[in-house]
Design a protein around this ligand. Structure first.
Ligand SMILES: Cc1ncc(COP(=O)(O)O)c(C=O)c1O
Length: 292
């Protein structure tokens, strides 16, 4: 079982994979990425992740030929070579390497990198107690549905939250509507039903979110898209977030307002169980895993 990198056709140790300093991904953040979970040696929701990457590539005119050079066999080979059963694959495709200029030259060959690493486990205390989050102004660009590597506002917001003693931040638009967390989608629960902010161009259309719509159906829980204001967020019965790494995770304090008596609520728990059951995997064991 070993961590592994892939770079333009070659597998090897992560420390040995090197890209050019003139790679546009490095210089401009001119690149896309995906994070895919591997459960028991199998990639989870792989077609959905590839489809989102295709949509992003079309949107930014990134000329990667997903049909001629499919990513799926590379991912499967990497999983086998790494031997990690519960892993995650990070994939990044940049526009390629060229002398630095804003104008995109013709005929670039995209750079493809992947890393294969063990899946971090959410710390037991965070799973049991949920996260404390703070709302911050969303000052990102207008196309957050594109999973681009230009994440400076996200990392600054995350670090501002940490610096102020919170676990994460929730981005709020200038009109007061709630968008998403720095690396996860957000949901409220009221009277047993789930609401999440509309999947506009201003939020990432989470692959986990798409899957959770099916899980909610399995569990007989109502789920719909609708605008959420900060006041409604503070007053919700429950709040939770979702992404590939944490799956479903309770939020139990927002801007120092306690949510759901400070413990992940019953709908959050039921949805998480439905997720595990539909994903055919055991609930994450409680351990002293990493703090997210
Ligand atoms: C800003 C943002 N929103 C939502 C998500 C959730 O996406 P997914 O469920 O596909 O992991 C992520 C994941 O990284 C993200 O970065």
């Amino acid at each position: 079982m070993k961590e592994l990198a892939y770079l333009n056709g070659v597998f090897g140790p992560i420390s040995e994979a090197k890209i050019s300093i003139e790679d546009r991904g490095f210089q401009f953040g001119d690149s896309l990425y995906e994070v895919i979970a591997i459960y028991n040696g199998q990639p989870f929701l792989l077609p959905q992740h590839i489809q989102r990457m295709r949509i992003g590539a079309d949107a930014i005119h990134l000329a990667y030929d997903f049909d001629k050079d499919p990513l799926e066999p590379i991912i499967l080979e990497g999983i086998t070579l790494s031997g990690i059963q519960d892993a995650y694959v990070y994939i990044q495709i940049t526009r390629g390497t060229a002398p630095r200029a804003h104008a995109i030259p013709d005929g670039l060959t995209p750079t493809v990198i992947m890393t294969f690493k063990p899946m971090p486990i959410v710390a037991a205390q965070q799973r049991r107690q949920g996260l404390r989050v703070v709302t911050l102004r969303d000052d990102r660009w207008a196309n957050c549905y594109i999973k681009a590597t230009t994440l400076l506002p996200n990392i600054l917001a995350k670090n501002e939250a940490l610096r102020r003693g919170y676990d994460d931040a929730i981005f709020v638009a200038s009109d007061g509507s709630v968008r998403e967390c720095t690396s996860a989608n957000i949901y409220t629960v009221n009277d047993g039903s789930i609401v999440f902010p509309p999947r506009t161009h201003s939020v990432l259309h989470g692959i986990t979110q798409g899957f959770l719509m099916l899980c909610a159906k399995d569990a007989g829980i109502g789920i719909q898209e609708a605008r959420i204001d900060v006041a409604a967020l503070h007053a919700s019965d429950e709040v939770f977030m979702s992404n590939t790494m944490v799956e479903v995770l309770g939020v139990t304090s927002i801007d120092d307002n306690t949510i759901a008596q400070g413990k992940p609520g019953p709908v959050t728990k039921k949805l998480y169980e439905a997720f595990c059951s539909r994903a055919h995997r055991a609930a994450v064991p409680e351990s002293s895993g990493i703090k997210l």
